[in-house]
Design a protein. Sequence first.
Length: 341
Amino acid sequence: MNGKCAPDPELHLVQSEAATCGTASPGDLAPDDSGARVCAPCSSCQREGLQSSIGVRPTTAKRERQTEVRKALAQRFSTTLPELLESLDGFRVEIDAEKQRADIVLENPPLNVITMKQRDQLYAVFNELDRDPALRVIVVRGAGENFSSGGDIPGFMAQTPERLSELARNVAAPERCHKPVIAAIRGYCFGVAFELALACDFRIVTQSALLGFPEQRIGMIPGSGGSARLLHMIGIGRAKDVVMRSRRISGEEAFAWGIAVSAVPDDQLDAAVASLVEELKFFSPLAQRTAKSVINEAQDATLHSGIELEGQAYGRLRGTHDFAEGVESFKQRRKPKFEGR
């Protein structure tokens, strides 16, 4: 960590899997419950409300559970990249078959920094979840108190310019996914994490959440579609205000500006997300993915081209089973049974 904790969480540099604040001496370290040695928070850590750790290792039982989960995911996914999914880097995938819901959980404590390898894996995981007909909704969230403070800067610096110019493709995975994708945001949501959230279909934030692009502070700009998506979402004036000033916006501002569909108290985020998942599951999956595709395509089209896209899709849905079922259920005043065809 270059000798001290990063004073700004979104510029937090992760040099290794077990990052340390670098200010603790060996005598300051004490074993925790897992046998790892941790440092008491230094003044910088206390200021940010963080505690760095050295050599934190999961218990044998936990490692075995993680291995089983990863193998099960690799078996479930008909992927051409099994080696990529058997060793997920900085996140996990939870699948609730009963609720037809998949959660992609960013998990690289304490700030859930997103690594370069993780970007590739997220792209592959979204593709696999998209192909699973048993899943209806995907949720992206962070483990702990933060969504994510952004990208791994040392990993970023090691990439070629050609590689960096392609980063937007991976971050756009939620947008290309045919299923509805919800970003559940609490705490920090900066840099590439904000870009990932903007590529989702819905954003639910806590009122105390902080979102923004800190790249100007290090002489850079958002590189994975962030400024472009924000421009379309909130207009050129506010987009410049956020990007060019590296200004953090609160969850309440994000809702007021139309970035988020709702801003809720911290302890109500999970319930709000679960409610939206259930609401989306009620609708025809075919109509849902058609609507998502039309809206995404129309965003880059002229008004009349967008209307034409909508009309063509409307006509195709006219002959589907789900449309016939929807009309019949309306006549009979009962809940429809959509099959996605």
